[in-house]
Design a protein around this ligand. Structure first.
Ligand code: SAM
Length: 271
């Protein structure tokens, strides 16, 4: 009886503290009380070693000015990409997750954590004249539930940024067993979904050059997009990316969104 009373009392105190503190403060508390959160999902990029290699090679191929991530969650990918010593902007809509990363990156001046909707934040950056509009790496990972911001994120990015590269996580890599997100009718992260973007004729697609059997961790698929012929040429020369589906499974025509796309322009810097 006494034990039940104590447990009940403890539960009530927990609820009162929760309500008083608010989700942001709870997120800060999570950071200090739950060390296991720090490496959740096996670390950066869903614990995927090959994806980390794609990111590394992308950074060697294009000298990015800034990195932008949508969907921070607990900041595991944020912490990894910040090793490039570039400014990192990461936006999270959930208050508790935001509280967590606020505490995590408090003493990391290069990492800017933003509590907002990804689309609203991208619009703010798009309108900010002082914010770099070229050589930006975008990691789009703010997909979690039925309200999928991806199409609008892409529309804002491709209407504004030039010579930039976008990586979309959880994307279907045709003819492989990479995992991808499907939120129902018209909301699966596939090539067909990209074709509904206002800018689908402007960007070219690249996929991991190796199939899921060579990947570690959660084996989530991805696609890399660029609207710049110069960047596309450089991406085409990368070992870890391919303008077609992974080599082991390659069959049929390359899945370009832009069906009229020609070979990328020669890049004077690399000729
Ligand atoms: C899959 S998790 C991100 C994982 C993280 N990028 C990583 O690699 O560890 C998705 C996150 O996006 C957030 N999110 C969902 N919709 C959002 C939106 N519209 N704007 C900003 N964040 C959003 C969720 O709260 C969740 O924390």
């Amino acid at each position: 009886m006494a034990l039940r009373f104590n447990t009940q009392k403890k539960m009530n105190i927990k609820t009162v503290v929760k309500n008083l503190a608010g989700p942001k403060l709870l997120g800060i508390f999570d950071y200090f009380s739950k060390p296991e959160y720090k490496n959740i999902w096996g670390g950066a990029f869903n614990g995927q070693a090959f994806r980390c290699a794609i990111f590394e090679e992308l950074c060697e191929t294009i000298s990015f000015n800034v990195i932008i991530e949508t969907g921070t969650f607990r900041g595991n990918t944020t912490a990894f990409v910040a090793n490039k010593q570039l400014p990192v902007y990461t936006v999270e809509s959930d208050s508790r997750n935001y509280g967590y990363v606020l505490a995590r990156f408090l003493f990391k001046p290069r990492i800017h954590t933003i509590h907002n909707d990804s689309r609203a934040f991208l619009k703010v950056l798009a309108e900010d004249k002082d914010f770099p509009k070229d050589k930006v790496f975008f990691y789009l990972d703010a997909h979690w539930d039925k309200e999928l911001p991806l199409r609008e994120e892409l529309d804002i990015i491709f209407a504004t940024w030039r010579e930039s590269v976008v990586m979309v996580d959880d994307f279907k890599v045709p003819r492989t067993k990479y995992q991808y997100d499907d939120y129902g009718e018209g909301k699966a992260l596939t090539i067909e979904y990209l074709q509904t973007s206002q800018h689908s004729n402007d960007f070219q697609l690249f996929f991991p050059a190796k199939g899921d059997e060579h990947e570690t961790g959660f084996k989530r698929g991805c696609v890399v997009l660029t609207n710049s012929p110069k960047c596309a040429r450089r991406l085409s020369a990368m070992q870890t990316l391919s303008p077609t589906v992974p080599r082991t499974e390659r069959r049929g025509a390359p899945p370009h969104c832009n069906t009229t796309a020609k070979s990328p322009e020669p890049d004077p810097a690399h000729s």
